[in-house]
Write a protein that binds this ligand. Sequence first.
Ligand SMILES: [Ca+2]
Length: 489
Amino acid sequence: HWELKQVVEVLSLCLVMGTRCSAAVKREYNIQHGQCSYTFLLPEPENCQTQSSNYPVQKDGPMDQDESAQRLEQLEMTMENNTQWLLKLENYIQDSMKQDIVQLQQTAVHNHTATMIEIGTNLLSQTAEQTRKLTNVEAQVIHHTARLERRLLENSLSTNKLEKQLIVQTNEINKLKDKTSILEKKLMDMEEQKQVDLKTLQDEKEQLETLILRQTALIGEMEEQLLRVSSNNTFLQQQQQELLDTVNGLIQTISAGSVPESKSVMMRDTPSTFLDCAAVFKSGNTQSGVYTLTLPNTTTEVKAFCDMETDGGGWTVLQKRFDGTVDFNRTWQEYKKGFGEPSKEFWLGNEFISRLTNQHSYKLRIELSDWEGNSGFSQYDEFSLESEAQNYRIHFKGYSGTAGKISSIGQSGSDFSTKDADNDKCVCKCSQLITGGWWFDACGPSNLNGIYYQQRQNSNRFNGIKWYYWKGSRYSLKSTAMMVRPADF
Ligand SMILES: [Ca+2]
């Protein structure tokens, strides 16, 4: 645009001077503008000056008036033509320029728009990219949140579970604490009991030692007597001869005039073949006391106490306790053979009871009394013991009686146990725990062979003489008697 202006200025200058320039020397001017190119052919100003210096108009003042007027006229015309030509050129240039400017503006607008569109597109793609990234981030955030929520849920679930478990554990711990306190109490009771027992045993030991001393003194006396007796042996032999003579005389007297009644009395007094007290009773001996029985299928004699008064009599007594003078915490062999004295406290013997109750059908009767003056009994219609090989297993049925509405003897089919023979159903050893030999179950509701406790010491005892369904588990009885009689007596 600037070049064009310059061209127009040059052109105007040339037009002013043109009239005086010869057209012989001209210069070509090329101007490129957009798609258009313009070519101007203009006279060279230097040539013009050179020519004009030679031109005679400036130097010649007083020239021909006509010639001057003519030349002026020519110049004016040329000037006018040039002016018109210049106007045309100007218009033309202005038209071209307008088109160019419009085109330029359009191009600029177009370019601008394109740029704007490009920028817009870029922005859009960037926005899209950002949006995509944002979406990704959002998705990740959602994913993470979901995962966290899930974990939170899982955690809360496991926390609940743990809480429940904790509650259960706490309950169990409490239960265990309760049990522990109960056990501690029991242990303390047992320890106390043990100390009492120990004291009793020590007392007994002292008594026994005194007895031994007395017995030793007695033995000494007896030895002396024996010596004296042997010194009098000859005298005794004489006496024996005299006695023999007397007996012979008596025999002769008897054979001369026999007395049948006295003979039958003599037979009654020698009950060496009785199996049980029922047989003794039937033979006419109706007084309670000690009689000699024969162990079934043997010739072994056994001293036994017969109860001829209770419920019609004829009872062979298996066990008797009433004053605590006999220790019942004995071994298997002692319970097998029996111990104690038949006139006092005793156990008749498992072997005898087993053999006897396998001969016939026997009833069992248990007589009991407490420390408050009450008595009761438990009776079984059938009772027997198996052999030693079966641990003297007990069998019974048909319970009746007043010492409890339920039988206290335990389970039919229980084995006999002693402190040295554990045949019970307890993981413990009942006989060692509560003392005595018995048909313990685990350890069962009864033990008539437990420790004998005197009056006022008999309560709160776990190892006393127990008959649970009559007096409870911690009451020790005053007296007991176990006895059998044939079922068909
Ligand atoms: Ca056991």
